[in-house]
Design a protein. Structure first.
Ligand code: HEM
Length: 323
């Protein structure tokens, strides 16, 4: 097995500052357009599907390379979870979409990313092990084109890529969106973009563990989770997947899945969602700020996509009075 490496590097393009101004503009316009239609809400991941409270148990006996930040000491933390559809629309859950799993770990104390002290650590994950687009420029081009509506976004993909590229890119995007989603109790979730774990770089993942309480009578992904949590608890392993080298585990290309077979993976914690009626946490989760930059300096987000997200999430939080 390849060893975890601290030799990761970030790349900053000379025109990044101008790009970040554009990120804020495009995200703000997208959010305002959808808020006129649906009411105040997030620019992306607008539709909250379900909220839950839980406990994150950091495990004892972790290897040295995992023992940083939140994972430095074993212990229990309260957690808040927001499950969402990824798009800017509010639409039926059967429509193919990226699914979001946002996790806020509370009762944390340590140096924050931007100085001062952090009392929480957020992890934002999706049901994919890679992003549909390579970098935030492609992502923002797509979002700008999609602001009038989803169809214009697809037309943009046709125009933006050459004859050879466009069909491949579209197939890839639709393949991801159409991959059967087996529900939040059964799927794996991934931060896709890397963060620090002390001097190392990791992607963070959640994998269902143990046997989930029965559900699945309902076809709808929300009803499925409600049924399960009404009768029992759900457990997920929180895994750290370590950077090994730029070719195998690129920092700057989120469209590449980091291969399990060539990367050290550590189960660092267990997330437990106990039996509960899920409506209790709904208002808190809707109002909360889940932000990849909200947390410990030891888990600073890495790479160009993450820096663009710093601007995008702040813009979206301002647009829904959560900043
Ligand atoms: C590449 C990996 C990414 C992952 C895993 C991811 C995941 C998520 C998740 C789970 C949420 C929902 C948070 C919640 O429930 O409150 C979210 C929200 C959001 N995402 Fe991302 N995202 C990614 C990339 C991006 C990029 C590249 C952008 C734009 C540059 C972006 C912009 C947003 C915005 C604006 C929100 C709404 C923020 C708010 O108002 O709270 N995301 N993302």
């Amino acid at each position: 097995m390849t060893q975890p490496s601290t030799e990761w590097r970030e790349h900053v393009a000379p025109d990044e500052a101008a790009h970040l101004v554009r990120v804020a503009k495009v995200i703000g316009e997208l959010q305002r357009a959808r808020s006129r239609k649906f009411g105040r809400g997030r620019a992306l991941h607008r539709k909250q599907l379900l909220a839950a409270i839980g406990t994150l148990e950091v495990l004892d006996g972790l290897p040295d390379h995992a023992r940083h930040g939140l994972f430095a000491r074993p212990g229990r933390h309260r957690a808040l979870v927001r499950l969402s559809n990824g798009g800017p629309e509010v639409q039926a859950n059967r429509v193919p979409d990226i699914r979001g799993f946002a996790l806020k770990v509370l009762d944390v104390s340590g140096e924050a990313t931007f100085g001062g002290t952090a009392d929480h650590q957020d992890f934002l994950m999706i049901n994919q092990d890679r992003a549909p687009l390579t970098n935030s420029r492609e992502f923002i081009d797509f979002m700008e084109a999609a602001t009038p509506g989803p169809v214009s976004g697809v037309l943009h993909l046709f125009k933006a890529h050459g004859l050879a590229g466009r069909l491949g890119r579209l197939r890839e995007l639709f393949g991801m969106l159409n991959r059967k989603f087996n529900g939040f109790a059964a799927e794996r979730f991934n931060t896709v973009a890397p963060i620090c774990c002390g001097p190392y770089a990791v992607r963070v993942r959640l994998a269902p563990a143990g046997s989930p309480p029965p559900g699945g009578r309902a076809k709808d992904i929300v009803a499925d989770m409600r049924e399960r949590l009404a009768v029992g608890s759900l457990t997920y392993n929180l895994e750290l997947q370590f950077f090994v080298d730029e070719a195998t585990t690129p920092i700057e290309d989120t469209s590449v899945a980091w291969p399990d077979a060539e990367t050290p993976i550590v189960v660092a914690a267990r997330l437990i969602l106990p039996q509960q009626g899920v409506d209790a946490a709904a208002a808190d989760a809707e109002a909360a700020r889940f932000d990849p930059w909200g947390g410990l300096a030891a888990h600073r987000p890495l790479g160009e996509v993450m820096r663009a997200r710093k601007v995008a999430y702040f813009e979206s939080q301002k647009g829904r009075d959560a900043a």
